[in-house]
Design a protein around this ligand. Sequence first.
Ligand code: AKB
Length: 315
Amino acid sequence: MSEKILIIGAGGQIGSELTYKLRAIHGDANVIASDLNYNNLELVNSGTFEIIDAMDYASIKICCEKHNIDTIYLMAALLSATGEKYPMKAWDLNMQSLFHVLNLAKAKAIKKVFWPSSIAVFGPTTPTENTPQYTVMEPTTVYGITKQVGERWCEYYHQKYDVDVRSLRYPGIISWKTLPGGGTTDYAVEIYHEALKNKNYECFLTENTALPMMYMDDAINATVNIMAAASDKIKIRSSYNLSGISFTPKEIAESIKKEIPEFEISYKPDFRQQIADSWPSSINDTEAREQWDWKHQFDLDAITKDMLTNLSDKS
Ligand code: AKB
């Protein structure tokens, strides 16, 4: 029998594309999308959609019973920049939603959980280059704190209650279908929109701020693959380091200039600079590559070409 999947926070940047991919794999009828509202109309109209507040245990449970769900992807979260503006809201949403889903799995109401962590678990005392899986983790953002605490709880629920929870530390994700919202790495998406529209972009990070990034196709493949892997291959139940590429605002601008020679970038760092400065510039993901055969495909120029082509076709 096919897996029955619920995606919570399906209207967001990663949730929406994950929904389309999982529907292609498991069939439309087996993948239920859910979010707080009907804002993402393309997604709402593309298959079964339920309104779920990720902070409301009852609405998640009722939806699972109604659709015989066995796997949940919990994609709802407040990201790094928004989290700094609304610290308690970030804490409440990010932690409560995780506990609701872990507790459903503990009660055997569902069998499997995917929960995204982030490079935000790292902090200024973490080694910046080629950051290893196991290292100092002292996050300085509320978002990073929720992700680090969340990782500990995921491992705890796996060890104590045999919950099959799997997780990835996503870097900044670049995509064209659905806009990101509230993150520090969002500049790497905005820049493509502005390059096409206005031929210039004012970046909120300095030119040499290197951050780990990844194209959406790679992030979705990693997510699908970790969930499809045999349970005994998943040795890490906190969250896996996951690496694609690393670049600076200056380097992405140079890549865009190869396609749009008149493109200009300027720099006006704001509060997000401090967040970016606290994160690694590159990630070592040896464990993911060795344990469940992860590999990325897209380099920066391939991302630029695909982003510009798809955004031009869309407009
Ligand atoms: C953010 O910038 O907050 C996110 C992340 C790296 O988790 N994109």
